[in-house]
Design a protein around this ligand. Structure first.
Ligand SMILES: Nc1ncnc2c1ncn2[C@@H]1O[C@H](COP(=O)(O)OP(=O)(O)O)[C@@H](O)[C@H]1O
Ligand SMILES: [Mg+2]
Length: 192
């Protein structure tokens, strides 16, 4: 049973590493960004609401995001653990997640932060823009997403650091090498 978060700036490789961790540890990876994108594609009410924010690189409001995460965490595949990718991104979301977990008498085991510098991130995201055509991968929106990470999500990281459950992993380098670092960091955190 592992309950984990993966936090990092846009382009740090959260989604890629989350998929690998999920396979190796047998826990379900839940990406708030992926869930929003699926809803945008399906033109659901949630997607129509979220799109207004996502296209500008803004956060979807906490009230909307929190409810979505609460619903997702109540599904049965979460019983054997989970890995949240892209949540929490604000300190209000941290508080909300605390409440959900407390209700179930659960706690987080590991919070993993993937690190990379802004110039590398912009470079990667502009590369990804060419391949995937994600509507929020253009330079102005990318810079805005990075600013929000520094302004809001670094405070989230600080909270988990205070609690002593934060593990930082260098996200620079070949994907397989980063995966090795990530898996080692998780093992070390679980042994501690
Ligand atoms: N926890 C969240 N709170 C608010 N908005 C979110 C959250 N997660 C995802 N989003 C929205 O979805 C967009 C894409 O998220 P994501 O795919 O996780 O981006 P990246 O991995 O590039 O940081 C965000 O820019 C934001 O608009
Ligand atoms: Mg992602």
């Amino acid at each position: 049973m592992t309950r984990m978060l993966i936090i990092g700036p846009p382009g740090s490789g959260k989604g890629t590493q989350a998929e690998r961790i999920s396979e190796r540890l047998g826990v379900v990876a839940i990406s708030t960004g992926d869930i929003f994108r699926a809803n945008v594609k399906g033109e659901t009410p949630l997607g129509i609401e979220a799109k207004k924010y996502m296209d500008n690189g803004d956060f979807v409001p906490d009230s909307v995001t929190n409810k979505m995460v609460r619903d997702r965490l109540s599904e049965s595949d979460v019983e054997s653990g989970f890995l949240l990718d892209g949540y929490p991104r604000t300190t209000a979301q941290v508080d909300y997640l605390d409440e959900i977990l407390a209700k179930n008498e659960e706690k987080l085991d590991v919070v993993l932060q993937l690190t990379a510098d802004d110039e590398e991130l912009v470079h990667r995201l502009l590369g990804r823009a060419k391949e995937t055509g994600r509507s929020d991968d253009n330079e102005a929106v990318i810079r805005h997403r990075l600013d929000l990470y520094h302004e809001q999500t670094e405070a989230v990281v600080a909270k988990y650091a205070e609690r002593g459950i934060l593990t930082q992993v260098d996200g620079i380098g070949p994907i397989d090498e980063v995966t090795d670092r990530v898996m080692q960091a998780i093992k070390a955190a679980q042994a501690a």
